[in-house]
Design a protein around this ligand. Structure first.
Ligand code: ADP
Ligand code: ZN
Length: 720
């Protein structure tokens, strides 16, 4: 090969051709360094015929500089990159960047330098140095990471290096990971579990694409069931990827994995240190890393020999990425399985309607675990009608729920209260003039966080300290908190049950794997009586002593711009209910609502999952919604409101008129201001078979917009 076409990451430029020096070996998939003007860029060698570009004559080509010492990206991954770009109307360069950027620095030697404290005090102490010395106890990372961690400049840390207070440590990037042992500790499976596990194992051994829906009630032991095919893949020296929705879940998973396989798996998520990230990326590419558990971005890792893919809690919304390349990791996982020719297991107790429909139509093979492991029973669910059983003034827990909480505390059992709202109160207003605290960058209220004494926006992260007086009328001590957040519920519990040990579980309190692990340990060791938490607690936790679950406000999820509000509410309620009664003692669930007759609530009360899915299926069919029809959204945004509106109008004005394709809008998006950008939205509703992507590409491809305008396409959107 003496010419090479490069896919690089500057999306504005498109593919570029280069000359390959005679002594250089490249093949499709090679990761190379090339000149671009005065700079150097990293790119991936691609098959010319798959990446059209204007041909440049040989003599005009510049030469590639070097090939990076990583295995070439395999064709299976290159096809996945192409498919993802095509399906989600994203630039192929943006998808390729997700694949490589996640590898961190690809260049350079197999060692990196990190720094750690030596214990020596610097000769000259400054306030900044003192801050750094305090913050960096027990830490080891690159200078840049340490600086970020300690919130000091890199210069401060370099000063500490010069003074001998920080020392360099050479880290071997290619040191091997311990190997999981497929036979370390084999559990005895129940008959149901064994049947399912055998079917999976057979599929792994067949080395063919096979999508499965593992549909098992909460507590049925789905994890144990997919650990068996995982062991089978290990015996075949194949790699396995397990996707989990939340890093808070990883710690519990790691321990279970270690109990079964003797060593923890390789972890992949966005907060890894650069040395860890690089080590993992390289070991995954070389095939050394056998089992990887990760967040959705792990889906684009360069596995050398994949044998099995698992998506646990596959219904979770966090598998949907809502910025950059807007993909759904659950669906891309199935495609990756297809390209790699390996089985894919989607596991859930509350599958998405789309997944159930795929099973119904025979595309996915559905395997069921209808009962809990070890004879535990499903909890009893009752409804508390808040319009009749009212909480006391200024309180949120009804008398019946309070009574049950007291009862559990007396019996030494655990309770969980669920409210999907971080902070103390969702709205703060002035009693005197009615002023409301709003985010300057978003169409959203600022949420009061009492623990951190902050008013903060949950969309852009904007924060201020609550002022002593109203910014509008200047009245002192006039601000009142409206409505409950989890912090407020935790306060209420502390007032009602002063002796109870209460744990608050939100992304504010459980913001690192270590904190998540500490929480799980405390809960298991029964150092916690009442857990108060957001959606974080609905997921995957297994606390055998937990016998009461109270849903503070079941109506919350039914508001807002969520296209799957009913399904999401059902899933959340069923998942949080599923935390109760997982041990020997039976569980009870109390759901507070103002709409006891809503189909979702009624189905939950009756424990009738089929009834809910049947009703939801009908509603979706009537609306032409997924899985019966398709949705896509075009979101136009700009920092300038008029510019955004104009651009949206221009798009609306050139809308294609096609049979069976309905185009709604433009209209202000439900979040009409987000992170300082004004947003308009067009919504496309079409038949399943319609080529929505082609329609959108043809439509938008014709248009030009001012610099400041961003046009994003969201295929199969969740919300806006
Ligand atoms: P699910 O994910 O289906 O809600 P889990 O996989 O968390 O359920 O399993 C529930 C509990 O039952 C866990 O504590 C798990 O360790 C235990 N368990 C499941 N299957 C077995 C088994 N075959 N042997 C021993 N313990 C099991
Ligand atoms: Zn904001």
């Amino acid at each position: 090969m003496n010419r090479a076409r490069l896919l690089h990451f500057n999306a504005a430029l498109g593919p570029l051709d280069y000359k390959v020096p005679g002594d250089m070996n490249v093949e499709p998939g090679s990761v190379v360094v090339a000149p671009l003007g005065p700079r150097q860029i990293i790119g991936i060698v691609w098959e010319e015929e798959r990446l059209p570009s204007d041909s440049v004559p040989d003599h005009k080509l510049r030469a590639l500089i070097e090939v990076l010492p990583v295995p070439p990206l395999r064709p299976e991954l290159r096809r996945l990159i192409e498919w993802t770009a095509d399906y989600y109307c994203a630039r192929i360069a943006s998808v390729a960047r997700m694949v490589l950027a996640s590898g961190g620095a690809l260049r350079g030697p197999s060692t990196m330098i990190e720094y750690r404290l030596t214990g020596t005090e610097p000769e000259r102490m400054t306030p900044q140095r003192a801050v750094a010395l305090d913050a960096l106890q027990g830490e080891q990372a690159t200078i840049r990471e340490l600086a970020e961690f300690a919130s000091v400049s890199e210069g401060v840390l370099r000063g500490l290096v010069n003074q001998g207070a920080l020392e360099p440590v050479e880290v071997d990037i290619d040191r091997p990971y311990p190997r999981p042992d497929p036979d370390f500790a084999q559990p005895k499976l129940s008959e149901d579990q064994q049947d399912v596990a055998d079917r999976f194992t057979e599929a792994v051994e067949a080395k063919k694409f096979a999508p499965f829906l593992l549909d098992g009630v909460t507590g049925s032991g789905k994890t144990e069931t997919y650990f068996e095919p995982l062991a089978a893949a290990l015996r075949m020296d194949r790699q396995v990827l397990v996707l989990l929705p939340e890093i808070a879940l990883t710690e519990a998973f790691l321990r279970r994995f270690e109990d079964r396989f003797g060593t923890p798996p390789v972890v992949w998520h966005s907060s890894l240190k650069s040395t860890e990230r690089r080590r993992a990326w390289r070991a995954i590419a070389s095939g050394e890393a056998k089992v990887v558990v990760g967040a959705r971005s792990a889906l684009f890792l360069p596995f050398a020999r994949l044998g099995l893919l698992v998506v646990d809690e596959a219904h979770e919304v966090s598998f949907k990425q809502d910025e950059g390349v807007r993909y759904n990791a659950r669906d891309v996982a199935v495609m990756r399985g297809h390209f790699e020719g390996v089985p894919v297991i989607l596991a859930s107790a509350t599958p998405a309607l789309e997944s159930l429909q795929m099973a119904e139509s025979g595309i996915y093979e559905r395997l069921e675990l209808p009962s809990r492991f070890g004879g535990a029973t499903m909890p009893d669910v009752s409804i508390i009608n808040l319009t009749e059983e009212k909480p006391e003034r200024g309180r949120w827990l009804s008398p019946r729920l309070v009574e049950q909480l007291k009862l559990r505390l007396e019996r030494g059992e655990q309770s969980l209260l669920f409210l999907n709202r971080r902070g103390y109160a969702p709205l703060t207003l002035c009693r005197n003039c009615g002023f409301r605290f709003q985010c300057p960058n978003c169409s959203a209220w600022l949420v009061e966080h009492r623990l951190s004494n902050r008013l903060s926006c949950h969309h852009c992260g904007h924060e201020t300290t609550p002022p002593p007086a109203c910014p509008e009328c200047g009245e002192l001590d006039c601000l009142v908190a409206c409505g409950p957040g989890v912090e407020r519920i935790a306060d209420e519990v502390a007032e009602i049950l002063p002796e109870a040990r209460v744990a608050l579980v939100t992304s504010d309190t459980l913001n690192s794997p270590e904190k998540a692990a500490a929480f799980v340990r405390q809960a298991e060791e029964r150092m916690i009586d009442v857990i108060v938490g957001t959606q974080l607690v609905t997921k995957g936790f297994h606390f055998p002593e937990l016998t009461l679950v109270g849903v503070v406000d079941a109506d919350l999820g039914l508001e807002g711009g969520d296209l799957r509000a009913a399904e999401r509410t059902y899933q959340q309620m069923a998942q949080v209910a599923g935390r109760a009664g997982r041990g020997a003692k039976p569980g009870e669930v109390l759901i507070q609502t103002r709409h006891p007759d809503a189909p979702v609530i009624a189905a939950l009360a009756a424990g009738d999952r089929d009834a809910f899915y049947a009703a939801e299926t009908e509603a979706r069919r009537d609306a032409g919604a997924p899985p019966f029809g398709r949705w896509a959204a075009i979101i136009v945004s700009s920092e300038d409101e008029a510019e955004a509106r104009e651009a949206a109008r221009a798009i609306g004005g050139t809308r294609p008129s096609l049979p069976d394709v309905m185009i709604l809008g433009p209209a202000p998006a439900p979040m009409s201001l987000l992170r300082g950008r004004y947003r308009y939205r067009l919504l496309i509703n079409a038949r399943r078979s319609a080529q929505v992507q082609n329609i959108i590409r043809d439509w938008l491809g014709e248009l030009n917009f001012p610099q400041g305008v961003r046009v994003a396409v969201d295929i199969d959107p969740y919300s806006f």
